[in-house]
Design a protein around this ligand. Structure first.
Ligand code: MG
Length: 401
C-alpha cells in the first residue's frame, strides 16, 4: 500500500522570452520527489493560476500522485462543468507533473513508460517569415544550412501578406486588420518561388491561421497542390470543420489542424472523419499528456499523424513532454519548434537539445527537465494582451479565427 501523497501544487508565471509561461510544480511527501508540468494559456495566465491555486491544486493535495488516470478524470469533472482551455491547462499542469513523478519513481524517462522509442529523436520544423518571397527564401536557406529539413514559410507575419498595410476604415474599431484576398493573390506564387529556389528536398509548410472563408481555403489548398506542401495548417476555423470534406474532395494537399481544439469531440470528429492528415493539438490546452496519449492512439487507428502545436507559448516543460510523446508514438509526424533563448535554457535545465534538425530527449527519469524558480522570478510576467487575436476584415468586421 502506497503512502505517497501530494503535499502541494505551486504555480509560477514567468516571461523569459516575450510570452508568459505557466509552470506547475507538484510536491510530494517523499524527500526530493516532485514533478513539473506546463499549464501555459498565455493570454489567460491569471485565470489558469487561480484555477490551480484555488480549485485543482487543493483538489489533488493529499491524494496519491501515482493514480494519474483517476486524478485526470476526477480533476476534469470535480467542478461538474468540464473542458475549456482554462480548466484543461490547469489539469495539464498537474497531469504532466504526475507523469514526471511517475518516471522518477520508475527511474525511467517518460518515453520508456509509453512503450519506448520508435525513433531516436523528433524531426522538427522551424519558421521563416518575410515581407517578400526573396526574404522568406533567404531565411529558409539559412535554416536548411543549420540542418533543418522542414520549414514553415509565411509572408507578412501572422496576419498574412499585406497585413500591416490594410487601412482601418473611418469609424473602424481597433484591431489587427488583414485582407484575405491578398493571401489568395500572393501565397501560390510564394510557394512556386520557394520550390524553384530551395529545390524539392525541403519540406514546406504554410499556416492559414483560419483567416480565409471556407471556399477560398479550398481554392488555396488546390492552388498549392503542385508545390507539394508537407502540410497546410488551419485552413478553416474549428466551427467550420465540416468544410474540410469539400477541401479533401478537390485536392490532395495534406491538412493539419487542431491547435484551437479544447473539447475532445472536435479532435475525435476531425480524426474519425479523416478530415485531417496531422493533429495539431496544443497538449496543455487539451488537458495534458494523458489525453494526448489517447488522442495519438486514436489517430494511429485512422492513419493520422501527430504534429503537436509548439510556438513559444508551449513552455520548455511542455516541449519536453512533446518530445517524449514524439519519440514514443509510432504515428509521430513532425514537431514544431520555436528556437529558445539563453534565459529559457538557463531557467529550464534539461530542455531538449536540437541538433541536425532534430530534438533529442535526454535519458533522465521523468520528463528530464528542471525549473530554476529563483532565476524565473527575475523575468516577471507583463500584463499586455496581444492585438492579433482581435483581427478585422478591411471593412472593420471582426474575424473569428
Ligand atoms: Mg498554427
Amino acid at each position: 500500500m502506497s503512502e505517497l501523497k501530494i503535499t502541494d501544487a505551486e504555480t509560477f508565471i514567468t516571461q523569459p522570452h516575450g510570452v508568459r509561461l505557466v509552470i506547475v510544480k507538484v510536491l510530494t511527501n517523499q524527500d526530493g520527489l516532485y514533478g513539473l508540468g506546463c499549464a501555459t494559456f498565455t493570454q489567460r495566465h491569471l485565470a489558469v493560476k487561480a484555477a490551480l491555486d484555488r480549485h485543482v491544486g487543493p483538489f489533488v493535495i493529499g491524494k496519491d500522485p501515482q493514480n494519474i488516470e483517476d486524478l485526470w478524470q476526477s480533476g476534469m469533472v470535480n467542478g461538474y462543468w468540464r473542458n475549456g482551455p482554462v480548466l484543461n491547462n490547469a489539469v495539464s499542469g498537474i497531469d504532466m507533473a504526475l507523469w514526471d513523478i511517475k518516471g522518477k519513481l520508475a527511474g525511467m524517462p517518460c518515453y520508456q513508460l509509453w512503450g519506448g522509442k520508435c525513433r531516436p529523436a523528433a524531426a522538427l520544423y522551424v519558421h521563416a517569415n518575410g515581407e517578400e518571397p526573396e526574404q522568406v527564401a533567404d531565411k529558409a536557406r539559412a535554416l536548411i544550412q543549420e540542418g533543418f529539413r522542414y520549414v514553415r514559410c509565411q509572408l507578412g507575419g501572422y496576419l498574412g501578406p499585406g497585413g500591416e498595410k490594410v487601412a482601418r476604415p473611418e469609424g473602424g474599431l481597433p484591431g489587427a486588420y488583414f485582407d484575405p484576398q491578398e493571401k489568395l493573390r500572393r501565397i501560390p506564387g510564394l510557394f512556386e518561388y520557394l520550390r524553384q529556389e530551395l529545390g524539392e528536398d525541403v519540406g514546406l509548410l504554410y499556416d492559414v491561421h483560419e483567416r480565409l472563408a471556407p471556399t477560398d481555403a479550398a481554392w488555396l489548398a488546390r492552388a498549392l497542390e503542385p508545390c507539394r506542401l508537407f502540410f497546410l495548417e488551419d485552413v478553416v476555423a474549428p466551427e467550420d470543420l465540416d468544410w474540410l470534406a469539400n477541401i479533401r474532395s478537390v485536392c490532395a494537399t495534406p491538412i493539419a489542424m487542431g491547435e484551437l481544439f479544447a473539447h475532445p469531440g472536435e479532435a475525435t470528429r476531425a480524426v474519425s472523419e479523416r478530415f485531417i492528415d496531422f493533429i495539431r493539438s496544443h497538449v496543455s490546452a487539451i488537458g495534458g499528456i494523458t489525453p494526448a496519449l489517447k488522442l495519438a492512439h486514436l489517430c494511429e487507428a485512422f492513419g493520422v499523424r501527430t504534429a503537436w502545436h509548439a510556438p513559444l507559448d508551449v513552455s520548455p516543460v511542455g516541449m519536453a513532454a512533446n518530445v517524449h510523446l514524439d519519440v514514443a508514438c509510432h504515428n509521430f509526424g513532425i514537431q514544431e519548434w520555436a528556437l529558445r533563448n539563453q534565459a529559457e535554457q538557463d531557467i529550464f535545465p534539461g530542455l531538449p537539445q536540437v541538433k541536425d534538425g532534430y530534438a533529442w530527449p535526454n535519458d533522465q527519469p521523468g520528463l528530464g527537465i528542471d525549473f530554476d524558480e529563483q532565476l524565473a522570478a527575475r523575468f516577471p510576467p507583463g500584463d499586455a494582451n496581444p492585438d492579433w487575436t482581435v483581427s478585422r476584415l478591411p471593412d472593420g468586421t471582426l474575424w473569428r479565427p
